[in-house]
Design a protein around this ligand. Structure first.
Ligand SMILES: [Zn+2]
Ligand SMILES: [Zn+2]
Length: 292
């Protein structure tokens, strides 16, 4: 389902209570306890330019925090250097070597090779043949940080608070969900950093995202880093940028499977999931135990 610019005008009065559609599934929480604070599949290193710590710093912190499975998933380097926020492409072999060496010297923890991939059709072969093929990455995650607007790519944090940005984000994220290379989709509700209302457009776009994920059986991530970020001011008051409760409340209707990660950009945050587990538990979302 694609989102078109023909939706009704925003309803500033719409609210979570008015949605009246909460269907909480209480049965599917049995394995949740076992997964809490043991695995993190979303970690960045100093190489991306906006994080601190190298792979061994993160491993050390993970061990101190009883993490048993650690995925190193820096922002994917791209051969043509497109988009910022990532390591230079020439560092890719060293990045992979860092992770392999960390695994060789730390047998008590499982360490995965990964990358958080911003998506464009022209990179699909590179992701498949080089990252998964040549470098044998264990998994890739799809993550949107830039949205296509007027033939440009705009960082989500700088996108304007408009329904056009929201629709552009939604249609682009659905393309990412449709791509079969990604084990899960990072922070699908990151649109809430630039789109501040929870109105009929936000509901329609969230439903389009959730329908796409459900039909592809795609796992979605509740991203704990949003709990560490500064709150943002919206017409309904201050709230964290993401995860937003309203989106995940809708997700509970779709039998969406979720994964919870810290999206750590500092070693000390590797096991900081905010209140993501409580959120999943309250909504009855099924938290999956990923295995690679
Ligand atoms: Zn980052
Ligand atoms: Zn990330």
């Amino acid at each position: 389902m694609r989102i078109e610019l023909t939706l009704p005008e925003p309803d500033p009065c719409s609210s979570l209570a008015q949605l009246g559609i909460m269907k909480v599934n209480k049965q599917r929480v049995s394995t949740l306890k076992d997964l809490e604070i043991l695995k993190n599949f979303h970690t960045h290193t100093y190489r991306c330019g906006h994080a601190t710590g190298n792979v061994s710093d993160f491993v050390k912190s993970a061990l101190q925090n009883n993490i048993t499975h650690l995925g190193i998933s820096d922002h994917v380097p791209l051969p043509d250097g497109k988009w910022d926020i990532r390591m230079p492409y020439k560092e890719l072999p060293e990045y992979v070597r860092d992770i392999e060496e960390a695994q060789e010297s730390n047998s008590e923890i499982k360490i995965y090779k990964s990358a958080e991939c911003d998506y464009a059709q022209e990179y699909v072969n590179y992701f498949k043949e080089e990252l998964l093929g040549k470098y044998k990455m264990d998994y890739l995650m799809g993550g949107v940080h830039f949205i296509p607007r007027n033939k440009n790519w705009i960082n989500c944090y700088y996108a304007d608070n408009s329904k056009e940005s929201l629709f552009a984000y939604t249609n682009y994220l659905i393309d990412v969900i449709d791509c079969d290379l990604f084990a899960f989709i990072a922070h699908p509700d990151v649109f809430a950093v630039f789109y501040h209302l929870w109105d009929s457009e936000a509901v329609a776009c969230s439903r389009a995202i959730l329908e796409a994920a459900s039909s592809k059986n795609r796992i979605l991530e509740i991203n704990g880093s949003g709990y560490r970020k500064n709150p943002i001011e919206t017409p309904r008051g201050w709230r964290r940028p993401y995860p937003i409760d309203e989106f995940w409340l809708l997700a509970a209707e779709y039998n969406i499977r979720v994964i919870i990660n810290s999206d750590a950009h500092r070693p000390e945050d590797v096991a900081d999931f905010g209140e993501s587990f409580q959120l999943a538990r309250e909504l009855g979302l099924e938290v999956v135990d990923l295995k690679f």
